[in-house]
Write a protein that binds this ligand. Structure first.
Ligand SMILES: *Cc1c(COP(=O)(O)O)cnc(C)c1O
Length: 499
């Protein structure tokens, strides 16, 4: 393909955008300000003298264009298909967004007197009710601000429970090899050591290996279900029994709850605590760093240790409990104020608008869509495990053997085709992973188009087009970036060019 270079550096209507500090003319300003009253520099003495702050010198239209163009460089779930696995990039119904923007909810201040925010407390309390209902669990800590934060909260409750029983010596946490990186990180942050347990050929936890690792120093097992290979842990009830038999607790990573909402009450599986990524299961735009929310449900054994604050029905209406109460032994507080309120509003709007039938339908459709991808791609890609999957389809790079094309090259080629790539190289238990999660709202038409592109790329790779793959992405404003350098030596501060 011969390269066409435009005179301007722009590509069609795609503008080659400078940094805002590199634009503008000295002295240009977007607003009219009155002349400042002069003051006596002498009087300042040795006090610091104002330095030039170095704000960009731009007019209002220049600023508007810059930020509008930047916003157009974003790729999001509202722009196109986003098959990122393990992230559940869900469509966010506009209804949830509209409700979250209602002034009576959006304009609250967390320090307002409680009697003026009874409606907001009711939102938190009602959402808590439905989260307990959907999981079958008796208690929920609403304040954790993300999935990882919920993991930490659940483990802190486990630690408090063990210490209360005089079993504070339990310091080991078992985590399967396929776990999300936040699991061992949360355990380490709670002061635990992490011991990994292997998976079986079929991608599930090896029950016998788990039993062999259990002992009097084990505090908990952290298990994701459905797991990060997109598989339901079929022996989960036996796993729970073994963990409890050894005096430990069972933490479930609930990031993949979207696959089982309305179908399984996790209390029936013997789980003691699980975080729910509201931003993955109950709408809320995520990606790019939040905000999210990770309410963490707790079994009867762990409920007394739930962190403050929480909402109770008091004599004068709903009350936010901030301190110690009769019968409760909160391990502390995990967040300023009471959690991510805007995310709560979206989640409640989503749950109530879907209803129990809608929630059940959504999880069923999410699983159906993933199985459709797996079935239609299974003959050209290499599925990592036999049998149907849950909400995400996992492939590895065996289909690229001897082609000279890697999973990374394949992902870059997808960008040229207008697709955000699937998750790559995670989970670590299979080689060169390609993890695809379509979610429930994608139409068959969208999936068919994506399938045709993936099939076409696989055929191209097998036909010996490695050079082409290595050169991709070719149609993006920037070509292939040095991602290792970007991660290891990030350049986070702009410096003016030396004149
Ligand atoms: C997303 C995810 C997490 C972490 O959730 P955050 O909200 O990003 O902190 C943990 N485990 C799994 C399996 C996940 O997919």
């Amino acid at each position: 393909m011969s390269e066409f270079n435009s005179l301007s550096g722009n590509r069609g209507l795609q503008i080659e955008e400078k940094l805002i500090f590199e634009m503008g003319n000295e002295g240009c300003i977007g607003v009219d300000l009155p002349e400042p009253t002069p003051f006596d520099l002498e009087r300042l003495g040795d006090a610091p003298v104002r330095a030039k702050v170095g704000l960009p010198d731009l007019s209002e239209p220049q600023v508007v264009r810059h930020y509008t163009r930047l916003s157009q460089k974003n790729y999001g779930i509202d722009t196109g298909f986003y098959p990122l696995g393990s992230c559940t990039m869900k469509h966010n119904p506009r209804l949830s967004e509209k409700v979250a923007r209602l002034p009576g909810l959006a304009d609250l201040h967390p320090l307002q007197p409680q009697k003026t925010v009874q409606g907001a407390l009711e939102v938190i309390d009602t959402l808590a009710h439905w989260l307990k209902e959907l999981t079958g669990m008796p208690a929920v800590a609403m304040s954790p601000a993300a999935g990882a934060h919920g993991e930490w909260c659940g483990l802190m409750a486990i630690r408090a429970a063990h210490e209360d029983k005089g079993e504070g010596h339990r310091r080991r946490i078992l985590v399967p090899e396929s776990a999300h990186g936040t699991n061992p990180a949360s355990a380490a942050m709670c002061g635990y050591s992490v011991d990994s347990i292997p998976a079986k050929e079929n991608g599930r936890v090896d029950l016998e290996a788990l039993k062999a690792k259990l002992g009097p120093d084990v505090a908990a097992l952290m298990l994701t279900n459905p797991n990060t290979c997109g598989l339901f842990e079929s022996e989960i009830v036996e796993i729970a029994a073994a963990v409890h038999g050894a005096g430990a607790y069972f933490y479930c990573d609930g990031a993949n709850f979207n696959a089982i909402v309305g179908r399984v009450k996790i209390a029936d599986l013997g789980i003691d605590t699980m975080h729910i990524n509201l931003h993955k299961t109950f709408s809320t735009p995520h990606g790019g760093g939040g905000p999210g929310a990770g309410p963490t449900v707790l079994s009867a054994a762990l409920a007394p240790y739930a962190p403050v604050p929480y909402v109770v029905h008091g004599a004068k209406g709903l009350e936010m409990v901030e301190g110690k109460r009769e019968g409760a032994k909160p391990f502390g507080r995990v967040k300023g104020f009471h959690g991510q309120f805007g995310v709560f509003v979206r989640a409640l709007a989503y749950i109530l608008s879907m209803g129990s039938d809608g929630l059940r339908q959504a999880s069923s459709d999410a699983v159906l869509n993933a199985n459709y991808l797996q079935a239609r791609l299974g003959d050209v890609l290499s599925a990592s495990f036999e049998g149907p999957c849950m909400h995400e389809a996992l492939f590895d790079d065996r289909f690229l053997k001897d082609t000279g094309v890697t999973t990374l090259d394949f992902a870059k080629a997808l960008i040229d085709e207008g697709y955000h790539p699937m998750t790559m190289y995670f989970p670590l238990v299979v080689h060169g992973a390609l993890l695809m999660e379509p979610t429930e709202t994608e139409s068959k038409e969208t999936l068919d188009q994506f399938i045709e592109v993936v099939r076409g790329l696989a055929a191209r790779a097998k036909a010996g087009a490695a050079e082409e793959f290595k050169a991709s992405p070719r149609l993006t404003p920037r070509r292939r970036l040095d991602e290792t350098m970007a991660a290891r030596v990030p350049v986070l501060r702009w410096k003016p060019a030396v004149e």
